[in-house]
Design a protein around this ligand. Sequence first.
Ligand code: FE2
Ligand code: FE2
Length: 279
Amino acid sequence: MITLDDLVQEVQGLAPLPTAAAKLVQILAVDEAEVGTAVEIIRFDQALTASVLRYANSPIAGAYYPTNSIKDATIRIGLGKVLEIAISSHVREPMGNALPEYGLGEEELWTHSVASALAAEVMLRDHKMAIPQLSFAAALLHDIGKLVLTRHLDPAIQGSIRRLTTDCSMTYYRAELEVLGFSHADLGAQISERWNLGKDISRAIGTHHEVETTPGPVADVVRISNLAAKTVGSGLGFEGMNLEADAGACERLGLDRSGFERLSADVAVLLRDIQKSHS
Ligand SMILES: [Fe+2]
Ligand SMILES: [Fe+2]
C-alpha cells in the first residue's frame, strides 16, 4: 500500500514554480503588497506580461478602455489575479489531463479549478467581501493533490473507496482517508509547501474538505469556492456532490443561503463566458 511518505518523495521531484510566481507569492504574503515591485517582476517575464495585459483588456476583467501599461493592468486586476495567472501557466497543461481514477475526463479538473478561482474572484470583486488576495491561487490549486495521487489509485484502492461511498454513505474525501490514511488534500498541501506558497495557501489546500477546523480566511474561501464550483456542475467525477458543506465558513464570510446562490449563479455565467471566449 502506498504511504504519504512515498508520495512526498515524488512531490519533492516536481519542478519548482516559475521565478515570477515564486516572487509574487512572497510579495503577497506581506500586508502592504508593493505594486511597483510586482510590476518589475512581471516585466521580467515576457509571457506573464502578455497574459496579464490580455486578461486586463478582456471583457471578463470589466475593461472599459484598453491599456498597454503593465502597471495599470496590475492595478486593474489586482495582485491576487496576477499571481493566479502566473501559477496557471505552470499547472494548465497537467490539470487539463483526464483523471479517470477520479472519474474526471479531459479538461474537467482544470474547469473545476478555474470555476473555484472564479468564485473567489466574484466574492471579492462583485460581492465586495473582505477576502485575502491569496485566495484566488489557493482556490485554483485546491485539488492539485489529485494529479499525483491519481497515478497510485489502482483498481483495488478505487474499489475500496467506491464501496465506502456507495455502501456506507461516506463522503469521497472521508473514504479516501479511510482507505489510504491520507487524502488528495494532504498531498496538495505537500505540493504547496514544495512550491513555497506559504502557510495560508498550504493550510487552505490541506483542509479544503474539513468542516470543523478554522484555519483562517483563505481556507474558508477555498471551502466555499470548491462548493460553488461543484454547484455549477464542474469537476463532479466520482466524488459528485458527495461532500460536506462548511456552514461555519459561510457564516464567517458573511454569506447566507441566498448569497451563496447568487455567488454560484455568477460563477456559472462567468465560466460560460470564459469557455465561449476560448472556443
Ligand atoms: Fe478536493
Ligand atoms: Fe474540488
